[in-house]
Design a protein around this ligand. Structure first.
Ligand code: C2E
Ligand code: CA
Ligand code: CA
Ligand code: CA
Length: 277
């Protein structure tokens, strides 16, 4: 994480020699951003390959920075993880997603589910489950409209705590997805112990899935493994028709990627959906 940090915070390193000063500055700005509502959720649709419908979207955070423009998560999430500010950002994300679901509930998009990303650090927070429940209730949104994406790190550290947290969330009716599947270092045994609804195959397997035999073999194996466990599969980073055809032929359930749409603001998503995306 330290190594990655060097180019990640490039905006904040300009003229700031001292990494510590830079970190403090960014953290102050993040706190200010929360108070001033500078974050925004973009949404990327997932296409259901069975009937070509769109029933779910992933929420991806952006920071509308007053001086530096629209910043992607890589520019601020890693540091927010280190400083612990991620806890507050995660709460904002959950609330913003529930507010959006409440808006959609009244119109033609009432069937849409939103998937939010939660890091292991966010799951450490004992009260996150209560916060999610409150966000759903105060917005009058059924828990089944919300999905939580977690990476395999949650199977490696704090396992007992994480299992407890996720069991509670699942009992509420929130769907659970394992993000970036296949690149973590966790054991498959956890698929047996945790209440997992979806596996998202990491983009690194999909990119060359139609050219590389080994990626094709792994992708097919993950789809079969998941299906035999009663888990649905999402392929991430689908950019070509050839990839779509391969995934459809091998009974992948859902695809997500630039081929369908980039992540876009809610208004743009609504226009795209009503135009028949
Ligand atoms: P992720 O959860 O794996 O999200 C997928 C990333 O891949 C997104 O980048 C998305 O824009 C990008 N992507 C989607 N389709 C394609 C494609 O076809 N080709 C390529 N090349 N890329 C594609 P983004 O939005 O920059 O997010 C990066 C990461 O930041 C996310 O990876 C996630 O780990 C994290 N993140 C985003 N939003 C949140 C959040 O609200 N909370 C937390 N904790 N992390 C977040
Ligand atoms: Ca994700
Ligand atoms: Ca992912
Ligand atoms: Ca990722």
């Amino acid at each position: 994480a330290k190594e990655q940090g060097r180019n990640t915070y490039q905006f904040y390193t300009e003229g700031m020699q001292d990494r510590e000063v830079m970190r403090l500055e960014l953290d102050k700005d993040l706190n200010h951003a929360l108070a001033n509502d500078e974050f925004v959720l973009y949404f990327q649709p997932q296409l259901d390959l069975n009937d070509s419908s769109i029933n779910s979207v992933e929420a991806l955070i952006r920071w509308q920075h007053p001086r530096r423009g629209l910043l992607p998560p890589v520019d601020f999430i890693p540091l927010a993880e280190e400083s612990g500010r991620i806890t507050d950002i995660g709460r904002w994300v959950v609330m913003a997603a529930c507010r959006q679901l409440a808006k959609w509930q009244k119109g033609p998009y009432s069937h849409l589910r939103i998937a939010v990303n939660l890091s292991g650090r966010e799951l450490d927070d004992e009260s996150i489950v209560d916060h999610i429940q409150e966000a759903l209730e105060s917005n009058g949104v059924p828990a089944s409209r919300l999905e939580v994406e977690l990476t395999e790190e949650i199977f490696i550290q704090n396992i007992e705590h994480n299992l407890n947290q996720l069991t509670k969330l699942h009992k509420l009716g929130v769907h659970l997805a394992i993000d970036d599947f296949g690149v973590g270092y966790s054991s498959l045994g956890y698929l047996r112990d945790f209440p997992v609804d979806l596996l998202k195959i990491d983009r690194s397997f999909i990119t060359d899935v139609t050219e590389r035999h080994d990626d094709a073999v792994i992708t097919r194996a993950v789809i079969n493994l998941a299906h035999n466990l009663g888990i649905q599969v999402v392929a991430e980073g689908v950019e070509t028709h050839e990839q779509l055809t391969f995934l459809k032929n091998h009974r992948c359930d859902l695809i997500q990627g630039y081929l369908i749409s980039r992540p876009i603001p809610a208004g743009e998503l609504e226009r795209a959906l009503s135009a028949g995306l």
